[in-house]
Design a protein around this ligand. Sequence first.
Ligand code: CAA
Length: 396
Amino acid sequence: MASDYALRYGLSDAEEAWRLRAEAFARDEVAPLSREADRAGRFPRALVPRMAALGLLRAPVAKAHGGAGAGALANALVSEELGRVDGSVRGFLAVHVGLVTQTVAELGTDEQRRAWLPRLMSGETIGCFALTEPGAGSDAAAVATRAREEGDEVVLDGEKHWITNGGVAGLAIVFATADPAAGRKGVEAYLVPTSTPGFSARPMEGHPLGHRASDHARIVLEGCRVPRAARLGPARGGFRVAMAGLDHGRLGVAAGAVGIQAACLEAATAFARTRRQFGQRVGDFQQVGASLAEMKVSLEASRLLVHHAARTLDRTGGPATAETSAAKLFATEAALRTATQAVRVHGARGYDDALPVERHYRDAVGLTIYEGTSEIQRVILARDLLGRDDGGGSTR
Ligand code: CAA
């Protein structure tokens, strides 16, 4: 019989099967490791072959490219279920599958797909997306890493930071400029094996607030040579590659934010039902009850926005940039609000890592920042509404 989730949100049998598979994996195999991985600040790499065996690394990739062809909604459901349990493991997936595997599948040449997709989808090779630099965060077009052609080769020099999966990756999509004066029209993308001489990854300095079990690296490229055929997408077309990749990654982040909200609401409700103060359940105090009600509405609205973006992708084949930005903006801000409320409902019990709400709260902050801050999502949405300024049409 179909689950309550499948009935309420109109999932197909196949979509529900993906959701249930991810839910069981998250509950049985991820949850037991999460607190220790967070404390140790270590990515639980042993989970990667398990995710591959369950098909999670190939879920959204088209069957024509050896993927499962499960669709965007099924893939979002996988991220929601993993996000409900562990933001770091869910973050691995958004980068490895969303930013890297899907980008290679959609924009790679036949040769690049043949070389990399089987390894990425089997988990033999982990992918990272080397866009962000110390001087190029929200302004992605400002990358200073240089790409210089020398015969049939391209030499990469520069520095990347905050690269999720950077220290465990075997493949990096490196964004570099072939012409710094050309701004975003000079950016190119390259598929770089991390074993290439001149490529090195080191852990980020400092201890992150959240996503502590994610691997975050600083990548240095010093005379790193790749064949010209390693370019992903057209010459000077790297900025579009970055934006198209981020469309996929951001939907995974938004879905993860739904998972955090579901976990926080469930935990806060259970606590408010059993914890008694002043002779009654704390949930029966109107202020706590109102908090739970707000958390519930935020969760439902976020989930529907994620489903809407995913269904739009499944129906039209994409892009669904505005729908994805709306989902990321709303769901991640809601996750931060809801996780804060969940900690407060728990009182002091929400303030240490005996319960996961504290970890969800820390992770939720990151969701509003990485793969495009909330401010950047608003920029994308405003531009979608206004269109380009053609210099005319004043209403005054
Ligand atoms: N898909 C395909 N192409 C797209 C696109 C999309 N979603 N969005 C824009 N483009 C194209 C446009 O059509 C345009 O093409 P033309 O040049 O042919 O006209 C071009 O890209 C430039 O578009 P914009 O004019 O909108 O570009 P902009 O320079 O004004 O910047 C921006 C837009 C939205 C602010 C962009 O810079 C942006 O998204 N910044 C945030 C970057 C970001 O998310 N960084 C996080 C990196 S990854 C990470 O977090 C860590 C990790 O480890 C994963």
